[in-house]
Design a protein around this ligand. Structure first.
Ligand code: DAK
Length: 261
């Protein structure tokens, strides 16, 4: 891990990396935090032993309560354009990471914080978590991919309701509309995300990676193109040791020994 990072770091426990954004009081995003998130994912990408990543917030109050409002207030339109592109690039890095990424939402996930959660593959929320897109209250819109990812995840109508009113919702409602996949008891979001990650770790890692890619890429294609991409990614697995091992292990009635190649 890097000594240079001030607000974002990670620990690895049994092939699961837990990335923590820790910038008190509410883990607000600024350029440095985003650069550090990008740096952490770059580093994790080089660590072959990692099978899953969990993203969470430091402290008990917030996952990430949005972009740093002070930073936003100082931007010109040109700088805002550059900021949006830079933030979108960081979140795309999370989205395209070649292992599963789970958001453990341990508190407030507002604005840019919700956008970070949306870039993850699966969201686990503490039962006390709050989700919301307050950008319009500030005369802004979600500029880090939120208008696109939220609509794809929960549907256009719900996305418009949440983004255009700016009203927050509690964890149960977030689960009901499909914004989060699981609810954890208070203080247990990381533990619940870890148990989910452990389920994925039992599976063929390249199969997991290709399945994630097929879903992500297919979302932005026509149905026919998506099917074609699925076929390519499916066929590519037949070149891997792990696919042969997985099938052989089933036939031999034993657990597979996957090695990520
Ligand atoms: N930025 C900076 N400081 C924040 C903050 C934020 N987002 N949220 C809270 N704080 C600070 C407060 O100013 C306060 O600081 P002190 O006064 O103690 O110095 C401290 O955190 C604690 O806040 P409160 O005293 O208000 O504590 P409460 O528990 O009563 O309320 C709260 C916590 C998080 C619910 C409340 O502070 C709040 O509503 N904060 C604003 C949340 C918000 O609107 N977040 C969304 C910001 S807009 C883009 C990329 C991303 C975005 C936009 C563009 N591009 C790349 C173009 C995203 C935009 C957003 O996220």
């Amino acid at each position: 891990m890097s000594d240079a990072r001030q607000f974002v770091d990670f620990r690895i426990d049994d092939r699961v990396a837990v990335v923590k954004v820790d910038r008190p009081p509410v883990n607000a995003l600024n350029r440095q935090v985003e650069d550090e998130i990008e740096g952490v994912f770059k580093e994790l990408g080089t660590l072959n032993e990692i099978g899953a990543v969990i993203v969470t917030g430091g402290g008990a109050k917030a996952f990430i309560a949005g972009a740093d409002i002070k930073m936003i207030s100082e931007k010109s339109p040109k700088e805002a354009f550059e900021m949006s592109a830079a933030t979108q690039r960081v979140l795309s890095k999370i989205e395209k990471f070649d292992r599963v990424v789970i958001a453990a939402v341990n508190g407030l996930a507002l604005g840019g914080g919700c956008e970070v959660a949306l870039a993850c593959d699966i969201r686990v929320a503490d039962e006390s978590a709050i989700f919301g897109f307050p950008e319009v209250s500030l005369g802004l819109l979600p500029g880090a991919g939120g208008t696109q990812r939220l609509a794809r995840l929960v549907g256009i109508g719900k996305a418009k309701e949440l983004i255009l009113t700016g009203d927050p919702i509690i964890a149960d409602e977030a689960k009901r509309i499909g914004l989060v996949e699981r609810i954890a008891p208070k203080g247990e979001a990381v533990a619940e995300a870890t148990s989910l990650a452990k389920r994925v770790l039992l599976r063929g890692p390249i199969a997991v990676s290709n399945a994630k890619k097929a879903i992500n890429e297919g979302t932005d294609m026509t149905f026919e193109d998506g099917l074609r991409r699925e076929t390519e990614l499916f066929a590519a697995l037949f070149e891997t040791h792990d696919m042969k091992e997985g099938v052989r292990a089933f036939l031999e009635k034993r657990k597979p020994d996957f090695v990520r190649r």
